[in-house]
Ligand binder design. Structure first.
Ligand SMILES: [Zn+2]
Length: 420
């Protein structure tokens, strides 16, 4: 609110940072840190609705896509609460896997069943499914493929022995890199928009920012080379510790600062893993400005755009990016983050196993008591948890049955049907 009042006073007419359109109350809110990266702070006073839409469909898609794996792994929701992205065809030791939006791995298979005719007549039929329910679902399709009726196929399957195997995904192949011209254009845009919340857009539409402005709009290899740098340094103490305390171990940070000559620098730190330094104006911008926005991608409600006063960075520090030890630093940061992942994913596995065991033993609303059923549920849970945490592959033998629940009479059985 304070920022909006400030630039109301700074200028009467407000124009888009990137074109001649007016901006203001009726503009579409622009996320300063991208919505997909968990950003919640928006402004209507920097980017017109038309540019907002253009960037949203182009450069703003790149960075979130580059950290798609981390967004899924750590269940990072968007700033507006959208579920994390799923992952398709991730290469793992056990074969390709898909990860659903809630982070659960599923074998990526092309076919749930294969039916091969034998030379001497008859068929070889195998199912590739995760549960007896899923198998029942595919039986009609398999029957159709083999040119028989569902009843005919079930007559052959009923009572046969099968096994359900639980495997583990094993090591997953993923890349640990981020950047490129389009991603950097989006970061420069975020930094300029953040700066505009303090200065208004008029001050940023002058010659000092022309290079940065046109870089956002149309890109420039020259700008990437001369005005941006990857930065592999650790953030100085105690700024780093303060950011982790307030915004979590994977915090995002956009920091913009100018000196007495109006040289304006931006620092973009993404999920506490990748950082870039960008020169927004080499000289001649608004002087001695400082604004920073930090957020917690694990909990987007924890954001703050007054971070510069709480966790300050010196201009000289911002001025000297260094990637000499960048690869090593990134790997160290990543290994820390993986420890966090292990902790979070164990909680997730435990929660989902508890739910599934309780569903097996109880119906919703029933109270759990210390009786035979309660003991059996606890036994089942403890065995499942141990198996999952120790990643022991399991094999459960079962007898194929058309009925939905073992022991329950088949709901769609037709006792009168005979096989021909
Ligand atoms: Zn515009």
């Amino acid at each position: 609110m304070i920022c909006e009042q400030m630039h109301e006073e700074a200028s009467d007419a407000h124009h888009c940072l990137f074109c001649e359109n007016p901006v203001g109350q009726s503009s579409k809110p622009e996320h300063i840190l991208l919505d997909a990266l968990g950003g919640r702070k928006t402004t209507k006073w920097a980017v017109c609705s038309s540019c907002n839409q253009t960037f949203g469909g182009t450069i703003d898609k790149v960075l979130p896509e580059q950290i798609r794996v981390q967004r899924n792994m750590f269940q990072m929701r968007s700033g507006s609460g959208d579920a994390p992205p799923g992952l398709l065809q991730v290469t793992a030791a056990s074969g390709n896997v898909n990860f659903t939006s809630d982070g659960t791995p599923r074998p990526a298979r092309s076919k749930p069943f294969t039916a091969t005719p034998r030379e001497q007549g008859g068929w070889d039929l195998s199912f590739n499914v995760e549960s007896a329910e899923q198998l029942r679902k595919y039986v009609p399709h398999a029957a159709a493929a083999m040119g028989m009726s569902e009843d005919e196929l079930w007559a052959q399957l009923e009572g046969q022995e099968a096994s359900l195997q639980t495997g583990y995904v094993g090591p997953v192949h993923s890349t640990l890199s981020c950047g490129g011209e389009e991603a950097i254009r989006s970061m420069v845009k975020s930094s300029l928009v953040l700066l505009a919340t303090v200065t208004g857009t008029t001050a940023l539409r002058g010659p000092a920012f022309t290079a940065a402005q046109s870089f956002v709009v149309e890109g420039s290899a020259h700008f990437v080379e001369h005005n941006t740098a990857m930065d592999g340094r650790q953030l100085p103490s105690p700024t780093y510790e303060k950011l982790v305390d307030a915004h979590g171990p994977m915090f995002n940070l956009i920091y913009v600062k100018s000196d007495g000559q109006g040289r304006t620098l931006a620092y973009f730190h993404l999920i506490n893993l990748f950082s870039w330094q960008m020169v927004l104006a080499s000289t001649g911008g608004p002087v001695n400005i400082e604004i920073a926005l930090a957020s917690n991608p694990l909990d987007p409600a924890q954001w703050d755009d007054e971070v510069a006063s709480k966790a300050p960075l010196a201009f000289d520090w911002l001025e000297s990016p260094d990637y000499t030890d960048g690869v090593e630093t990134t790997l160290q940061r990543f290994s820390k983050i993986l420890e966090l992942y292990q902790e979070l994913s164990l909680k997730r596995v435990a929660r989902s196993l508890i739910t599934s065991v309780l569903d097996d033993y109880y119906t919703k609303g029933e109270s759990i008591e210390n009786d035979e059923r309660g003991k059996a549920a606890i036994e089942a849970l403890s065995s499942k948890l141990t198996t999952a945490l120790m990643q022991v592959p399991t094999k459960k033998n079962l007898v194929l049955s058309r009925s939905e629940t073992i022991g329950k009479p088949p709901t769609d059985a037709k006792p009168g049907t005979t096989n021909k």
